[in-house]
Design a protein around this ligand. Structure first.
Ligand code: HEC
Ligand code: HEC
Length: 493
């Protein structure tokens, strides 16, 4: 096609005028004969669904725009504020919307001669969640999720170990359903929440937790609080899980816990995945999070880890005080004298008369140090105290050891051998070293040397009764309230 546009060309008109020698040059306005395209049939708003293929011709078979002088129109498309996984080839929009949002689409027709026209419409991305709504009786609505991804974290909290898998609302809600679903066990009786109970700080009151078909755990359950606000990246009392994500599918494959061990004739993880893929609410949930219905071990880990990472507790009396001062060693204005004295003991190393707890349970997260070079003197196996287990070098955060009413969240230590704070403090005050050989040598060779710092045998802190009470008073300030009741971490079934 060829068309002349007279923009910029000029006609000189020479007027002779009394021999003045000068000339007037007149430039007329540009003249164009081009006619810009116009919107013919505007696009109506469209609907998409997360994880389902979307395919739409924004030119509507070349009827969206018309051009009076028959120019071939070039169509381009832009998305605002984001394309959510959609892309355009000419006027054809394809792709799988990745999340719930309204996308404003601007379609522009260009006639190649400077003439343009635009049409805008909205793609409203929704979600297929009929089964989810029915199954959870409205407890879960994917279009109106609780906020998991943006908790209020105090500014003095600096440790973050999200392992490249940060919490999202979508991932956490899927993780929550998995966490509470007894379908994850071979006989439909056990879920993660059987042994990690919200009202118990996500631990268990039993020393050893009951799994499938009379199975029992080897160690005491662990509270799942503030797990990503920590320096230690390995999980379990003995740190055998190399990451949070790694940990999450281990209970499913444990013979005694969820039972999908693949041993002794029991089904394995693949069987569990097949079982879950047949449940329609998981088809909807996995599509919502991962854009298709496939279930893999990695996806189970990602979603469950996002849920457990989302469980946070930073509303303790300690936090109220810590927010008002510049360091842990300053006196907290909201603390009693005993609580402040107990805090001093926690943060002062033994050579200077303190208890030195901070060297392994670092504030303000109270997570365990990654630099444990041995156990803490608690070595008896839970099921058979005549056997020793020297491998336990991790503890959950010391936050929320007790409930808001002061009663314990179950026993303490990997073997659940300590029920009261006084028992814990007495242990560190005077660590019982076995008298007989080779138990004695084995014990001393494997204990964290910081506990032997005074090199006394038995090593001891020499705390007075009053000091023990003060240390206990401080440990009690580490308990929050919201984590025990917030519905966003509760059972959705
Ligand atoms: C039958 C009881 C039981 C079930 C079911 C169970 N757990 Fe545990 N959980 C435990 C015990 C016991 C430990 C400590 C085990 C150890 O260290 O050897 C633990 C430890 C953990 C830890 C490590 C915490 C830390 O700070 O190191 C995480 C995370 C965890 N469980 C998450 C889960 C998830 C997710 C599920 C469901 C897929 C689950 N648990 C199912 C009993 C259970
Ligand atoms: C050398 C490092 C170290 C020091 C110092 C230390 N701890 Fe621990 N603590 C640990 C380890 C490791 C565990 C987990 C051990 C286990 O269960 O076998 C633990 C467990 C605990 C637990 C139980 C946690 C739970 O969730 O059940 C409490 C409470 C505790 N310590 C309090 C203290 C106090 C109070 C002090 C100071 C008097 C202290 N610790 C000093 C390493 C240490």
């Amino acid at each position: 096609m060829f068309k002349r546009i007279l923009i910029g060309s000029s006609v000189l008109i020479l007027a002779s005028c009394g021999g003045s020698g000068g000339g007037n040059v007149v430039t007329p306005p540009p003249v164009s004969t081009n006619q810009a395209p116009v919107v013919g049939a505007a696009n109506a708003d469209q609907n998409g669904q997360v994880g389902f293929d979307f395919n739409y011709d924004a030119s509507q078979g070349n009827t969206t725009f018309s051009d009076a002088d028959g120019d071939a129109l070039t169509i381009s498309v832009t998305f605002n504020p984001t394309n959510v996984g959609l892309s355009a080839n000419g006027a054809t929009i394809t792709g799988k919307p990745s999340r719930l949002t309204d996308v404003t689409v601007t379609v522009t027709a260009n006639d190649g001669n400077g003439g343009t026209a635009t049409d805008t419409f909205v793609i409203a991305v929704g979600v297929d969640q009929n089964t989810v709504l029915a199954k959870f009786g409205g407890n879960i609505d994917l279009t109106n999720l609780p906020s998991y991804d943006n908790p209020t974290i105090p500014s003095y909290i600096t440790k973050l170990n999200d392992n490249g898998n940060p919490v999202t609302d979508a991932g956490a809600i899927l993780g929550r359903v998995l966490f509470y679903d007894t379908a994850l066990s071979i006989d439909d009786t056990v879920s993660c929440s059987t042994c990690h109970i919200q009202a118990q700080g996500f631990s268990d009151i039993d020393v050893l937790s009951g799994g499938v078909l009379g199975g029992e755990t080897r160690r005491h359950s662990m509270r799942l609080i503030n797990t990503q606000y920590a320096n230690e990246i390995n999980f379990f009392w003995d740190e055998r899980a190399l990451s949070h994500e790694d940990q999450e599918t281990m209970p499913m494959q444990d013979f005694n816990e969820h039972g999908f061990s693949g041993t002794n004739g029991r089904p394995n993880l693949d069987d569990l995945i097949t079982k879950l893929e047949a449940l329609e609410y998981y088809q909807e949930l996995f599509r919502f999070v991962f854009l298709d219905t496939n279930i893999t071990e990695e996806r189970l880990q990602i979603a469950l880890a996002q849920f457990t990472k989302s469980i946070v507790s930073f509303d303790a009396k300690y936090d109220t005080g810590r927010a008002q001062v510049s360091s842990d060693t300053a006196s907290f204005p909201n603390f009693t004298a005993a609580e402040n004295a107990g805090k001093d003991l926690f943060f002062t190393p033994p050579p200077r008369g303190g208890a030195g707890c901070f060297r392994c349970h670092g504030a303000p997260e109270f997570d365990i140090t990654p630099n444990m070079n041995g156990h803490n003197g608690i070595v008896a196996e839970a099921a058979d105290p005549t056997l020793s287990d020297f491998t336990n070098t991790r503890a959950p955060t010391l936050r929320d050891l007790v409930k808001p009413d002061g009663s314990p969240n179950g026993q303490m230590m990997h073997n659940g051998s300590k029920t009261t704070f006084r028992e814990v403090i007495d242990h560190y005050n005077n660590i019982p070293v076995p008298a007989a050989e080779p138990a004695r040598t084995n014990f001393l060779n494997t204990i964290d040397l910081r506990l032997l710092m005074r090199s006394a045998t038995p090593p001891g802190l020499n705390l007075s009764d009053a000091e023990k009470d003060q240390l206990e008073a401080f440990l009690r300030t580490l308990t929050g309230a919201n984590v025990y009741t917030d519905p966003k971490w509760s059972n959705p079934f």
